[in-house]
Ligand binder design. Structure first.
Ligand code: SAH
Length: 255
């Protein structure tokens, strides 16, 4: 009988390769198979043994025509059934807008052992890097993590904009493409046009860029700065602290 294999769904952290957890790194170093996404830093790929099989499972923006989720799922199941140690490495945290939950369900339904290893999700990593203290007591009492993937005018988008507009702070993943409509929906729902907003591109990486603005102006500023994916949108009073903190904060990614 083949030895029992195992799948580790590991979060790689928000970008910089040294922001993975110690546990995640140790698992990489003993992986037989690595299945990884497009936003994974190349330095992390070098941590797996040279003998390990590497499978690229990139499907940036979930585009049609890119690697199918079923193919990824089958690789995970088949390699684990061969008794191998499989590391499924995903950007940020595997279960925050990362389909880690779906992959875990798939494995569970087939009786494959797995473990979810958390990672620093982009919202947390990007805010730390940009000096935004997300839950500063003077910045309100709530944060929502929101996907901006769907066109706000389409049926796929299920957001209750009025509810979102009541949150003290919002962090929008995958929202760059629809930033105009996202800002407009929040303003229509009652959020002030002067609410501070920061859009953080390539957070925690050496070429990180931050575009600062207000809800009423941010879309224009982001387009004229030609911000590209991956980028995350932070909306709310916590963003205001950037100005005073920036002066003395040491940016690790610029070191
Ligand atoms: N599981 C991931 C999110 C995957 S969704 C996590 O927990 O962070 C992909 C989205 O994450 C991108 O569209 C972008 O909004 C955000 N993102 C990922 N890496 C980023 C980075 N280095 N800088 C800014 N945004 C990033």
């Amino acid at each position: 009988m083949a030895p029992e294999g195992m799948v580790y769904l590991v979060g790689a952290g928000p970008g910089s390769p040294d922001l993975i957890t110690v546990r995640g790194l140790r698992l990489l170093q003993r992986a037989d198979v690595l299945v990884y996404d497009s936003l994974i830093h190349p330095d992390l790929l070098r941590e797996v043994p040279t003998t390990a099989e590497r499978v690229y499972a990139g499907k940036r923006g979930y585009c049609i025509g890119s690697t199918l989720q079923e193919t990824i799922n089958d690789v995970l199941v088949n390699r684990a059934r061969d008794g191998l140690c499989v590391v499924r490495l995903k950007g940020g945290d595997p279960c925050v807008f990362g389909r880690g939950g779906e992959e875990a369900e798939y494995l569970a339904e087939r009786g494959i052992r797995f473990e979810i290893v958390p990672g620093v999700t982009t919202a947390i990593g990007a805010c730390a890097s940009a000096n935004i203290p997300l839950t500063h007591r003077a910045a309100g009492q709530s944060v929502a993590l929101v996907t901006g993937h769907h066109d706000p005018d389409s049926d796929e988008c299920e957001h209750d904009w009025a509810a979102l507009a009541c949150m003290s702070n919002l962090v929008v993943y995958m929202g760059l493409r629809h930033i105009e409509k996202i800002a407009a929906k929040l303003i229509d729902a009652g959020m002030s046009v002067t609410t501070p907003v920061a859009v953080i591109e390539r957070a925690t990486l050496p070429d990180e860029r931050v575009v600062d603005g207000e809800l009423g102006t941010i879309a224009l500023l982001v387009r004229s700065a030609e911000v590209r994916s991956p980028a995350i949108i932070v909306i709310g009073e916590a963003v205001r602290f950037r100005t005073s903190l920036n002066r003395w904060a040491f940016a690790a990614h610029n070191a």
